[in-house]
Design a protein around this ligand. Structure first.
Ligand SMILES: CC(C)(COP(=O)(O)OP(=O)(O)OC[C@H]1O[C@@H](n2cnc3c(N)ncnc32)[C@H](O)[C@@H]1OP(=O)(O)O)[C@@H](O)C(=O)NCCC(=O)NCCS
Length: 185
């Protein structure tokens, strides 16, 4: 996936009710390695990467690029929310010129089931709507990734199409007006 493109980056940290969305820092390195090494996180993303390989490959300050937010709970990273540009040669598009902004999210398993991903993604979509007014955002996730499809629907994404890629059925959706989660609990 290509980088997001011209945008003022990094923005000031974004505060939600429980979370902060901010740029990565050196202290997040362990959590980044944890994310990519976790079998649960990678279950629908091609499988985990060996921890030893990650220890060698992950830079001192990982993930510093326009469109990548670290999600911080009480001073510790619990996941990432990312925007990139969807490659033209992949299936799934809503614009004739392709290059759609695409949302991605990865959270550590211990942070699942608390609404943190929904809260962080809603805030990130709000930032995106200000930075790129009127642009749609797309999202692609395996149909089997039930939590992810549920989160996408909760954020206001609607299904555009399904297709086969990487040997699995993919759910491809889009949102034009970001809608924040209204669920509480
Ligand atoms: C996809 C993923 C981010 C979803 O995480 P999640 O925690 O299930 O998502 P949400 O933030 O929407 O949380 C919903 C859950 O929180 C619960 N919840 C608790 N308090 C809540 C609150 N205040 N607001 C909303 N939901 C709340 C909901 O009831 C729901 O629980 P359930 O899972 O038992 O039904 C996570 O599973 C993940 O990181 N997966 C691996 C990476 C991946 O596959 N990414 C997709 C590639 S794009």
């Amino acid at each position: 996936m290509a980088e997001l493109g011209p945008v003022g980056w990094p923005p000031a940290p974004i505060r939600t009710e429980r979370l902060v969305l901010r740029e990565p820092e050196a202290r997040d390195r362990t959590a980044f390695i944890e994310l990519f090494a976790s079998p649960e996180v990678a279950a629908h993303l091609g499988g985990p990467r060996p921890r030893a390989e990650l220890e060698r490959a992950v830079p001192e300050v990982p993930g510093r690029r326009p469109g990548l937010f670290v999600v911080d709970l009480d001073g510790a990273m619990i996941g990432t929310v990312t925007f990139g540009r969807r490659d033209a040669e992949r299936p799934g598009h809503v614009r004739p010129d392709a290059g759609e902004a695409e949302l991605g999210y990865l959270f550590l398993p211990e942070a699942w089931g608390r609404g943190y991903a929904a809260e962080a993604c809603a805030a990130a979509l709000g930032w995106f709507a200000d930075a790129f007014p009127g642009e749609p955002v797309v999202l692609c996730t395996q149909t089997a990734n039930v939590r992810s499809v549920r989160l996408a629907a909760n954020l206001g994404f609607t299904e555009v199409e399904r297709f086969e890629e990487y040997g699995a059925e993919q759910w491809f959706g889009a949102v034009t007006t970001p809608v924040a989660s209204t669920k509480t609990g």
